[in-house]
Design a protein. Structure first.
Length: 338
């Protein structure tokens, strides 16, 4: 038996969306004060020698733009998007592309649909807050940083947001059939969390607190190296003065090569050449605790955002919204502390 996925109709704000993903995007629009209309009307688009009917998912009236939610797309779906983008561009005659796409990762998978008489494809898309009207709008290389609300240029903001969009998502590239090559690994070894390892090596009085923090940080790392894991284990189980002995034991057990052990020892020696006083060390630990706490609250808020589109009863939705407001206030109060 072969398994195939299907969309689950989901209600949000009294509207039944064709899929849970569409409802989640609607909720994301609300979080960023982006006005939306769901499937307001269909269109007949030029299609080869005839016409084709098309019903866009969202119309964003204040941006005068369309937004399509697409999980997986076939070539036929892409061609229909190009037909919509071309028709919109020809009708508006302002030189701007006004058809956007959102993918499976809500708020992250964003792309611009470009199509005119000469070319077609998918481009970068990011979200920016206008420096003038302070509202969120979609930003792309074609329109530069022009706010779709008030027309402010936002030139510096354009560079910043597009750089971030390029490095945090390859959604637009995948739509164009491009697979980004993985970054080549450097032959030299470099530790992350250098400040914590430095504190661990220099301040015995902060050992327990530093080990606790460092253990949490490293356990959350997706690509933790063998060297980092071993260094943490050695410093947890032995005195820093026994580090070289610990590395020798790791080599003898086959956990490290001689070359890797030498590189790790050099990295540690470099850490010790950089001075850090007790006050600065405590500041690093305090800042980390503040960051971890804020991330915990933000994760709780994200979980509420995930549950909101699934809430069937108004009382359930209201309860989630109240909890989210409380968490937001808690986060603001926490971040305002010195």
């Amino acid at each position: 038996m072969s398994l195939s996925k299907y969309s689950i109709p989901t209600e949000y704000k009294g509207i039944t969306f064709r899929s849970r993903l569409e409802a989640q995007w609607a909720n994301w629009f609300d979080d960023h004060d982006i006005k939306w209309e769901y499937e307001p009307e269909g269109y007949k688009l030029p299609w080869k020698n005839s016409t084709i009917k098309y019903l866009p998912d969202f119309f964003l009236p204040e941006m005068n733009s369309f937004f399509e939610v697409k999980g997986v797309m076939e070539e036929f779906d892409k061609e229909k998007l190009f037909a919509l983008a071309r028709a919109v561009r020809n009708e508006r005659k302002d030189g701007l592309d006004r058809v956007f796409i959102g993918g499976l990762e809500v708020g992250k998978d964003l792309a611009l649909v470009h199509a005119d008489e000469k070319s077609k494809g998918f481009g970068y898309l990011g979200l920016a807050k206008c420096e003038n009207c302070q509202r969120y709008f979609f930003i792309n290389p074609v329109s530069s940083g022009i706010c779709l609300y008030c027309g402010h240029p936002n030139e510096e903001k354009a560079k910043e947001v597009m750089e971030e969009a390029f490095h945090t998502s390859d959604y637009f590239e995948s739509l164009n059939g491009v697979t980004r090559k993985p970054e080549e690994k450097s032959s030299s070894f470099s530790l992350r969390c250098k400040d914590h390892f430095r504190i661990l090596l220099k301040f015995p009085e902060l050992r327990d607190r530093t080990l606790e923090q460092l253990g949490r940080i490293l356990s959350n790392e997706k690509h933790l190296s063998n060297e980092e894991s071993l260094l943490f284990t050695i410093l947890r189980d032995k005195d820093p003065s026994q580090l070289e002995l610990g590395l020798q034991e790791a080599v003898a057990k086959g956990h490290l090569t001689d070359r890797a052990a030498s590189a790790l020892l050099k990295e540690v020696q470099d850490l010790l050449t950089t001075s850090i006083d007790l006050e600065s060390a405590e500041r690093v630990l305090n800042t980390t605790e503040k960051y971890e706490k804020s991330r915990q609250i933000e994760n709780e808020m994200s979980e509420i955002d995930r549950l909101l589109p699934q809430a069937k009863e108004e009382s359930e939705r209201r309860s989630l919204l109240v909890k989210r407001i409380q968490l937001r206030r808690k986060l603001d109060a926490f971040l305002s502390r010195k």
